[in-house]
Structure formats: structure tokens, C-alpha cells
Design a protein around this ligand. Structure first.
Ligand SMILES: NC(=O)C1=CN([C@@H]2O[C@H](COP(=O)(O)OP(=O)(O)OC[C@H]3O[C@@H](n4cnc5c(N)ncnc54)[C@H](O)[C@@H]3O)[C@@H](O)[C@H]2O)C=CC1
Ligand SMILES: O=C([O-])CC(=O)C(=O)O
Length: 340
């Protein structure tokens, strides 16, 4: 029996993500929470002939707690998306508070659940969840994940496009490390399961890296004020959630990149720190998943000089983003006691 919960379930990502989770046979219960429209979304999904029992909740009458009760996995796509001209960091002002409140609900109601954070800026919202959990004395770094899968999905698609065979895109695996915004997104193209054509010029290689780093902007621009990636994000979020669910179900050797606390695996983090030349509290790297969450943080492995340069550019930005998240929670708790 597995209960999955989506917080922000009526949104552009939340609805298709809830649909894909409803279609996942490993999910037996699906809790949907949002500040609007969840009863309708839940009624609609509940007619689909798959095992999950679906319930929708709104804030009145402890809706958040009811949605979270008994949760094994909680996915968070709640919050505002970008409009053209905005960076992901511009979302912090609104989304930090939303994520903090939802994290408080999880810490008090389902502290053992795996938490998958989609809300931007991921580089900062994941540290926010960690800090809230620490304040409540329930933080387990193995169970907290920033969802960076869309960067991986984009890298697979764009590499397959360059190879000239989109049918390969499902099989192309490119580790994407660092974080989830602009220069912090570092694709390790040299480790692609399908090598790039040797005829690819340096300019085209650089353009590919840039497209993976700024793929989100492409969608924001095309949507022209109507938001950011929702459908590809729902696909990516469901892919990552499916891997977490398979690992929870006992399947071994499942690996996926994710933005995690380095405290999740001491030896993996020591290796990472050595590779990066700097200690960071959170970093996205390939992670092996197990029944308890992060089983192992896998070191970066052999990378090129160009990739080293990209990582160097990512580190200061990441460090700043992490600090912003941590500071937000400590400031908030100066004026409020954790609700235990
Ligand atoms: N990690 C990633 O790769 C990606 C992250 N995102 C981020 O995901 C977030 C959501 O994006 P969209 O679904 O497009 O936005 P949206 O505006 O369509 O949906 C957000 C939903 O969150 C709900 N919400 C707001 N406050 C809430 C609260 N306190 N509790 C529960 N629900 C609440 C809203 O009512 C709305 O239904 C944004 O922050 C966006 O930047 C988007 C794409 C990719
Ligand atoms: O670009 C955005 O704001 C949404 C996002 O994170 C992405 O599409 O990667």
C-alpha cells in the first residue's frame, strides 16, 4: 500500500502529475491538496480505472493534514511560475513562504514521507524544507529530493535531436549535476550513454549546453505570460516519482540525478567535496535510491576540462541560493515558534 500526495495538485503541473501518478499501478492512494479546485480534480481522476483511491482536500477543516495523513511520498509543485523576464530567484518571495508552510505540515503529519520538491527556486526551496524539518527535529536527509529530472529529460531529448533520431531519446542518459537554474545546471555530456557526433563543432556543443541550462526560458518565452513548463515537468516529475516508488518497493540499483542534502551519504559527499574542491550542503548528482531514500550519492566520475569550468561557475551561485533558503527559515523562526 502506497499513498502519494500532491501539494499544489490543481495547478499547471499538479493536474497532469496527479494524472500520471493515478496511472502508476504502485500507487494505491492519491491525496490531492491545493488552495483551489481539488474536489473537482479528484472527482475527475477517481473515474480512471487504476488502483489508486483519490481524495481531494482544500485548506478548511485541516485539509492539509488530512491529505498528508499516512503519506509515503509527497510531491510539491505548489507556488507561482515565471513570466518572461523573470528568473527563478524572482519567485522566491512568494514560493519560499508557501514551501515553508507545506513543509511544516509534512513535518508534523508525515515526517517519514519521501519529499519531492518541484517548486522553484529548487536550489533554495529544498534547503527550506530541510531547515523546517530540522526545527521540528525530524530531518532525515535521505528522504528529501529536489526534482531536477526535467533537466535530464531535456538533455536526453536535445542530444537525440542532434544525433538525428528522436526515437533514441527515451534511452539517452546524460547525467545533469549541480542545481536547477541557469548556470547551476551542468550537463555532463561527455558521459552521455549515446556519444555526440564527432563532427559536432565547438559552437554547436556550447549551444547544446546553453540550451539545456536555459531550456526553461524557451518554454516561458513561448508561453508568453501564461506560465512555464507544466506538461514536460509533470512527465519528468512522474518519471522521478516512479523511480522512488520502485526503490521503495524493493527494486535495487535504481539511479537518478537529484538535488539532495550531502548529509544523506557521508562517503559520497566526501568524494563530491573532493571533486568540487568545495563543501556544499546541497548538490545534484546521480543518486542511488533504496527503500530508505538516498542509498548512495554517486561521485561525478571522469569529467572534461570544459565540464570542470561549468561546475566552477555553478558553485558560487549554488552556495548563495542555499544560504538564501537557510536564512529565510531562521529569520521566520525568530518571530514564530515551530508548531510542534
Ligand atoms: N523543478 C522544476 O524543474 C520545475 C519547477 N517548476 C515550478 O513549479 C511551480 C508550479 O508551477 P505551475 O504548476 O506551472 O504553477 P500553477 O500556478 O499553474 O500551479 C501552482 C498551484 O499551486 C497552488 N498553490 C499556491 N499556494 C498554495 C499553497 N499554499 N498550498 C497548496 N497549493 C498552493 C495554486 O493554487 C496552483 O494551483 C512553480 O514554482 C514553477 O516555477 C516549473 C517547472 C519545472
Ligand atoms: O523555467 C522555469 O521557470 C520552470 C523550470 O524550472 C523549468 O522549466 O526548468
Amino acid at each position: 500500500m502506497v499513498k502519494a500526495v500532491v501539494l499544489g495538485a490543481a495547478g499547471g503541473i499538479g493536474q497532469p502529475l496527479a494524472l500520471l501518478l493515478k496511472a502508476n499501478p504502485l500507487v494505491t492512494e492519491l491525496g490531492l491538496f491545493d488552495i483551489v479546485n481539488t474536489p473537482g480534480v479528484a472527482a475527475d481522476l477517481s473515474h480512471i480505472s487504476t488502483p489508486a483511491k483519490v481524495e481531494g482536500y482544500l485548506p478548511p477543516d485541516d485539509g492539509l493534514k488530512k491529505a498528508l495523513k499516512g503519506a509515503d511520498i509527497v510531491v510539491i509543485p505548489a507556488g507561482v511560475p515565471r513570466k518572461p523576464g523573470m528568473t527563478r530567484d524572482d519567485l522566491f518571495k512568494i514560493n519560499a513562504g508557501i514551501v515553508k508552510d507545506l513543509a511544516t505540515g509534512i513535518a508534523t503529519t508525515a515526517p517519514k514521507a519521501f519529499i519531492l520538491v518541484i517548486s522553484n527556486p529548487v536550489n533554495s526551496t529544498v534547503p527550506i524544507v530541510a531547515e523546517v524539518f530540522k526545527k521540528h527535529g525530524v530531518f532525515d536527509p535521505k528522504r528529501l529530493f529536489g526534482v531536477t529530472t526535467l533537466d535530464v529529460v531535456r538533455a536526453s531529448t536535445f542530444v537525440a535531436e542532434i544525433i538525428g533520431d528522436l526515437s533514441l531519446s527515451k534511452d539517452v542518459v546524460v547525467p545533469v549535476v549541480g542545481g536547477h537554474s541557469g548556470v547551476t545546471i551542468v550537463p555532463l555530456l561527455s558521459q552521455s550513454s549515446h556519444p555526440l557526433p564527432s563532427s559536432l563543432s565547438q559552437e554547436s556543443h556550447a549551444a547544446l549546453v546553453n540550451r539545456i541550462q536555459f531550456g526553461g526560458d524557451e518554454v516561458v518565452k513561448a508561453k508568453n505570460g501564461a506560465g512555464s513548463a507544466t506538461l514536460s515537468m509533470a512527465y519528468a516529475g512522474a518519471e522521478f516519482a516512479a523511480k522512488v516508488l520502485r526503490a521503495l518497493n524493493g527494486e535495487k540499483g535504481i539511479v537518478a540525478p537529484s538535488y539532495v542534502s550531502v548529509a544523506a551519504d557521508a562517503s559520497g559527499s566526501a568524494a563530491l567535496t573532493k571533486e568540487l574542491g568545495q563543501e556544499l550542503a546541497f548538490f545534484s548528482s546521480n543518486v542511488e535510491l533504496g527503500t530508505e531514500g538516498v542509498a548512495k550519492i554517486i561521485p561525478l566520475g571522469k569529467i572534461t576540462e570544459g565540464e570542470q569550468t561549468l561546475i566552477k561557475a555553478a558553485l558560487p551561485e549554488l552556495a548563495k541560493n542555499i544560504e538564501t533558503g537557510v536564512n529565510f527559515v531562521s529569520e521566520a523562526y525568530k518571530t514564530e515558534e515551530p508548531r510542534l
